[in-house]
Design a protein around this ligand. Sequence first.
Ligand SMILES: NC(=O)c1ccc[n+]([C@@H]2O[C@H](COP(=O)([O-])OP(=O)(O)OC[C@H]3O[C@@H](n4cnc5c(N)ncnc54)[C@H](O)[C@@H]3O)[C@@H](O)[C@H]2O)c1
Length: 388
Amino acid sequence: MPVRPFSKRLLSASQPPLQIRGGSIIGVIQNVNRKVCELPKKVRTCEISIDPTAQKEHNTARMKTPVTVTVTGAAGNIAYSLLFRIAAGNMLGEDQPIVLKLLEITPCLDKLHGVVMELDDCAFPLVQEIVATDDPAVAFKDANWCMLVGSVPRKAGMERKDLLSINGKVFIGQGKAIAENAAPDCKVFVVGNPCNTNCLIALHNATGLPKQNFFAMTMLDELRAKSQLAAKAGVPVSAVTNMTIWGNHSSTQYPDFTNAKINGKPVTEVISDTDWLKGEFIKTVQQRGAAIIQARGASSAASAANAALMTVKNLVTPTAQGDWFSVASYSDGTRYGLPEGIICSQPTRTNADGSHTIVEGLPIDDFSRGKIDASCKELLEERAEVLG
Ligand SMILES: NC(=O)c1ccc[n+]([C@@H]2O[C@H](COP(=O)([O-])OP(=O)(O)OC[C@H]3O[C@@H](n4cnc5c(N)ncnc54)[C@H](O)[C@@H]3O)[C@@H](O)[C@H]2O)c1
């Protein structure tokens, strides 16, 4: 057995799993990054051997090329729930090594440093490298996934227009930095509000990147809608499928109960209270964000992080037969009467080759038509404010 000095280097993500035996046996490290033994200070050397099971696990993780995930707003509330789950493999898979690149504004770099310290302290086996920076060119370098979470929050007295204008500048810069630095096939996923229009701004400035690689988050709305329907029907939430959020991630969004299913049956066959579906259900989903702010004194963070994670997971995993999920993506004007050139939430499937398609041919009744059109009108107004 080789005998080497124990050093922190041995505990880095690039090292294989080790068993450590000191002058006395101090413990077994099944995988150095999952369970790190405290070494008594007097132990200077230790005997190292490879645990075969842990080695196999480690090798599997090492075989895949690392994916670079950039997260902006990395010292913020959503990121604080999101980063640890990405690092644990909950988003891209437990065998997918990752490089994390974290972007913040300069005044928040100290706070970000604290987050990085905590990430270090988790010793996640999949994390190959962590880069924390206030420079978008560094943060987006070689990024495969650009998760744009950071944006300036709306403050009292601020009009939606003011918010669009302030954040517009951020997403112009980030769109350009992504085009110049990220992988040419990178995916851009916007969470920071107003997410649909921020995404459109990034798309317009990320010259050369395919439009179909831009997404904005409406998964939180989908999950809220599923949860409300499940509670009303008295079924587990997993029984609710085929839930579409149409339009904007705002109070005009339309959670489409007419095409959703509960245990494979149309929702309208299971829930006979049509007034509730057309009234309270839609309003609850549309206003849920505001209700959480009122109850918690802060906007949804853990559930937003969960929804961000679920969106990317859905976009990298083939969708179950017959089902779909909601994400806002570029509308080319050919489906469901949605205007061309907006980032609009639509029913989406991920194919076996990793591409995504919009589900075609869903029936849209007059009630749904009115709701979808109203949300698209708002998206067109937002577009006019930022793009002229
Ligand atoms: N789409 C959705 O469903 C959904 C749901 C919830 C929240 N959100 C939005 O997500 C965003 C983040 O929410 P949060 O609770 O984490 O907010 P937060 O204020 O806690 O964190 C935002 C972070 O972004 C950083 N930031 C601001 N400008 C930046 C820039 N130019 N580059 C990098 N970082 C920057 C801030 O310094 C801050 O740390 C907000 O816009 C919020 O409205 C969206």
